[in-house]
Design a protein around this ligand. Structure first.
Ligand code: NI
Ligand code: MN
Length: 226
């Protein structure tokens, strides 16, 4: 899979012949000024929950790209009200899309949309096909339920975990999460965008090193292949 970082918790993942975009929050992020929204042409937009720092650019990119949304029933109802198309899901369910299987998994957080609507349950995604398997955790605390992922899904090659603390787990708990999900390679997200989630990148990396896990911190615009 090919992964490109757009800042905060926004990633593009190319897998199974399709382009997936997660949690687009780009235009308000001063660190992501270099990203041109019109160059993003996702086939699917996946939203973990309704907070503005995950959905801010979702409707605009949905309109310009014609992408299909994948999220909770409540989140998909919200995008459909705005003339966009989506596939609604809920926790514990999986569906076979044309790029692979998506399973909605538990996250411990909250979910309210920018207009005050309830966004349904905050969720993470486990996605797999013949070549790839990865977990995008969204915003979440460390939770024992993460141990269900290796019991119910194929082995993970990589996981996107929040590490910035205050609103989500910090990197110390994320290192425990990496153990719970039995994944060796973690891509960090939800850190350093604003004051409450500023953290020391070297300390975060050495915390993962100390438990024999690899923490990758991408620069905005960087692409890697896993
Ligand atoms: Ni949030
Ligand atoms: Mn957030």
């Amino acid at each position: 899979m090919k992964i490109t970082y757009y800042g905060h918790s926004c990633f593009k993942v190319e897998t199974g012949g399709k382009t997936l975009l997660f949690d687009p929050f780009i235009s308000p992020n001063p660190l992501a000024k270099s990203v041109d929204l019109t160059t993003l042409k996702p086939d699917y937009i996946l939203l973990s929950h309704g907070h503005g720092d995950h959905v801010h650019d979702a409707v605009a990119i949905g309109k310009s790209s014609g992408a299909t949304f994948i999220s909770s029933f409540e989140m998909v109802s919200w995008v459909e009200e705005q003339g966009l198309k989506g596939h609604p899901m809920n926790l514990g369910g999986k569906w076979n899309f044309d790029f692979g299987t998506v399973k909605l998994v538990q996250a411990v957080h909250s979910s309210k949309l920018p207009d005050g609507q309830y966004g349904g349950p905050e969720s993470g995604f486990v996605i797999w096909n013949d070549e790839d398997c990865f977990y995008f955790a969204g915003d979440t605390a460390l939770t024992m339920d993460m141990q269900l992922i290796p019991m119910t899904c194929p082995p993970l090659q990589v996981a996107f975990l929040p590490i910035g603390d205050n609103f989500t787990m910090g990197y110390e708990d994320a290192a425990v999460a990496a153990d719970f999900i039995q994944c060796e390679t973690i891509v960090g997200m939800h850190y350093n965008t604003f004051g409450y989630i500023k953290m020391d990148e070297e300390e975060a990396i050495s915390t993962f090193d100390s438990v024999d896990k690899k923490l990758i911190l991408l620069t905005i615009g960087q692409t890697i292949t896993i």
